[in-house]
Design a protein around this ligand. Structure first.
Ligand SMILES: [Fe+2]
Ligand SMILES: [Fe+2]
Length: 288
């Protein structure tokens, strides 16, 4: 549904200050200018694939921006609940990683011909937590939704796009993004290593619901394929094998590890998004 222009959220736009701030970011995250910018041959892919790639990478820029907001919120929540300093620093560092990813993804989008229109009120970009939740639970909700689910799913999605990518610039950008995603996906379990014993059973149930709700938000990525849109294979899209990898990641990299912290996802809700929940105990496999 398209809203009348007057009711639409403002367009998603980025700005860059440059000078001392840009220099500082590039000192902390070097290598951006070494990527093979200016080498994309869009004629080799055709206009439909290039147009779809612009959509994919515009969404990618927004996702990186939202991830920066999520890790910034997580950092604040970790400070408010007295989490270990080195863990909190990892979350803060991840926010800077994501801002660097915004820069790389938006430069790539520009080389693809420019961003597709995207409207979003940035006042709503930070993830919400349960009203009235104590700081520890707020941090746990953000860690689970951001790291245990969102970042954990981004690893196989990006890895499949990377395996299919043929354009050297797209491969280089995806390599650089992927280099950080593994750590981002671990921050949630590092947090739970410290926090799990401090959480009540009701709070762990709440976290299972948070995880499941996040998974349901991402489920269209593996449940639907746009027949009308040519997947921009070679320019950052992914395919059925990528969708299968996402389904598998839900079971193997999200549901099972969370169960080790007594955060047990609802098997019926998992089944509704096409995922099973099989856990292995003492060599036996059982469905929970
Ligand atoms: Fe990222
Ligand atoms: Fe990330």
């Amino acid at each position: 549904m398209s809203l009348p222009a007057g009711d639409r959220p403002p367009p998603f736009e980025l700005t860059w200050l440059g000078g001392a701030t840009g220099t500082r970011l590039h000192k902390r995250r070097p290598g951006a200018d070494d990527l093979p910018w200016g080498t994309l041959d869009l004629d080799a892919f055709g206009p439909d694939v290039a147009a779809e790639a612009r959509h994919v990478w515009t969404n990618g820029v927004f996702t990186e921006y939202a991830s920066a907001a999520a890790f910034a919120s997580l950092t604040s929540a970790l400070l408010e609940c007295g989490a270990p300093i080195d863990l909190t620093a990892c979350a803060a560092d991840a926010a800077v990683d994501e801002l660097f990813h915004v820069e790389l993804s938006s430069r790539l989008t520009t080389e693809l011909g420019g961003a597709a229109p995207l409207h979003f009120d940035l006042a709503n970009v930070s993830p919400a937590t349960s009203p009235g939740a104590r700081p520890l639970l707020r941090a746990a909700e953000l860690a689970v939704a951001t790291s245990c689910v969102s970042e954990t799913l981004s690893v196989p999605a990006m890895a499949r796009s990377r395996a299919l990518a043929t354009a050297p610039l797209v491969r280089a950008v995806l390599d650089r993004l992927l280099a950080d995603e593994g750590v981002h996906a671990k921050i949630g379990s590092w947090f739970l290593d410290w926090a799990a014993d401090r959480l009540t059973p009701a709070e762990r149930d709440r976290l299972a619901d948070v995880a499941m709700t996040s998974i349901e938000v991402y489920a269209p990525l593996w449940l639907t394929a746009c027949d009308a849109c040519p997947p921009p294979l070679g320019l950052g899209g992914h395919d059925e094998r990528g969708r299968a990898a996402l389904r598998d990641a839900v079971t193997t990299n999200i549901a099972r590890p969370l169960a080790e912290y007594d955060i047990v996802l609802d098997p019926e809700r998992l089944a509704r998004v096409g995922c099973s929940y099989r856990t292995s105990t003492h060599g036996d496999s059982a469905t929970r």
